[in-house]
Ligand binder design. Structure first.
Ligand SMILES: Cc1ncc(COP(=O)(O)O)c(C=O)c1O
Length: 399
């Protein structure tokens, strides 16, 4: 390694080690499901109850869905060969977008290669240097990066605090009154389910504030699609209210494929096709992935009981933890955070759980604020009640 590369990289790694925030990857030796085998630090394989997956409905391993994807590879090959606007656009992409629009109850949808790219590409296309963006303080990194890329002026409001949102909108209006620039456009953007806390954005209230202040409202349903609402349609179904102006989502979590999407009026998706750089300047997702995403979404459509099983499991697990004296709230999503605080302690607890065959990662700074380290448990529709009971007992014991 060159001396210059050492200068670029060494300090950051040493600081991360010293702060217990050094990241390394766990090796999983079996496919994603409610039980997996992982490689332990001593090199041995060990079975674990997986309480850490985003594959909330456990669709990655269903035979008929795997076979459908394999068939799609045989039919469509291994890659798309081009960007959507050049040669990459194939029938599966179009069918997937049509189905997402139908599933979400929107006029139209557009897909991206990841949810990350959907957020970055949408925000930076919608907003520019003179615009205002109002962002929840716990929004996902992909929203934050989209805001940075847009170069709009960002006003962060306190988590889920509508009074504070109103306050920052007024603050922004005041700064605008003193400016000679043309009137800015205003965007409110929020996660639907907050990824490290599992709580929900208050969609009806956000819609009211957006309407009263002439703001566009964008919701990221990464952890809401396939999870919230009776049939997994997301946040609007949960509240029984209308949709936000712009709905972003991912196909990589409950849908158990890969990709991101934006759903909304046709004018929005046409705009993104023309203006979103993370849509335009990248190779289209492999057609077989689009087929898989579409089939998996169809599966959710005809198996709403899977969404209900997930909800039952979350309720059961939270109640079991509470019975054991663990300080958790009933989660409205599939994510159950157990806040520890200290980074090193969270790591130790996670490692001890792993020794007992329970995989719950410790989430640390910078993913959450310093001193807010936590075990982030996430549940699947297919966990057995005995597994959840066992995990709750062990968590309480180790805590
Ligand atoms: C709230 C939120 N938005 C967007 C993403 C990005 O989605 P993807 O994994 O499909 O890139 C994630 C997770 O990774 C997320 O938690």
């Amino acid at each position: 390694m060159s001396r210059i590369l050492d200068i670029f990289t060494k300090d950051a790694l040493e600081t991360a080690r010293a702060n217990n925030t050094y990241r390394s990857m766990r090796l999983m030796e079996t496919p994603e499901s409610s039980r997996v085998k992982i490689r332990m630090p001593n090199g041995a394989s060990q079975e674990q109850i997986l309480l850490a997956s985003n594959s909330y409905l456990d669709l990655a391993n269903i035979d008929e869905l795997k076979q459908a994807m394999a068939q799609a590879v045989l039919e469509w090959g291994t890659g798309s060969g081009g960007a959507r606007l050049t040669t990459g656009n194939k029938t599966p992409h179009q069918e997937l977008e049509e189905f997402i629009a139908k599933f979400k109850g929107e006029e139209s949808a557009i897909t991206f290669n990841t949810g990350y790219m959907a957020n970055v590409g949408t925000i930076s296309a919608l907003c520019g240097k003179n615009d205002f963006i109002f962002s929840d303080e716990l929004n996902h990194a992909s929203i934050i990066d989209g805001i940075r890329l847009s170069r709009a002026k960002c006003f962060v409001y306190k988590h889920n605090d509508m009074a504070d949102l109103q306050r920052v909108i007024q603050e922004a209006e005041k700064s605008r009154a003193e400016s000679v620039l043309p009137a800015p456009r205003k965007l409110i953007v929020t996660d639907a389910v907050f990824s490290m806390d599992g709580d929900l954005a208050n969609l009806p209230e956000l819609m009211r504030v957006a309407k009263e202040n002439d703001c566009l409202l964008m919701i990221d349903e990464a952890h809401a699609t396939g999870v919230l609402g009776k049939t997994g349609r997301g946040l609007a179904e949960h509240y029984g209210c209308a949709h936000a102006d712009v709905t972003v989502g991912t196909l990589s979590k409950a849908v158990a494929a890969e990709g991101g999407f934006v759903a909304g009026p046709k004018q929005l998706t046409e705009f993104l096709k023309n203006k979103s750089r993370s849509f335009i300047f990248t190779t289209a997702m492999a057609p077989a992935v689009a087929v898989a995403a579409c089939n998996n979404l169809r599966y959710i459509d005809v198996h709403p009981e899977r969404v209900q099983n997930l909800r039952d499991n979350v309720k059961f697990f939270c109640e079991a933890l509470q019975r054991e004296g663990v300080n958790v709230e009933q989660s409205p999503s599939a994510i159950v955070p157990i806040v520890i605080g200290d980074e090193a302690k969270a790591m130790q607890i996670s490692a001890k759980l792993q020794e007992q065959g329970i995989l719950i990662p410790a989430i640390r700074y910078p993913t959450v604020a310093k001193g807010q380290a936590r075990l982030r448990a996430s549940l699947m529709a297919t966990h057995a009640k005995e597994e959840l009971e066992f995990a709750a007992t062990k968590i309480a014991e180790i805590l």
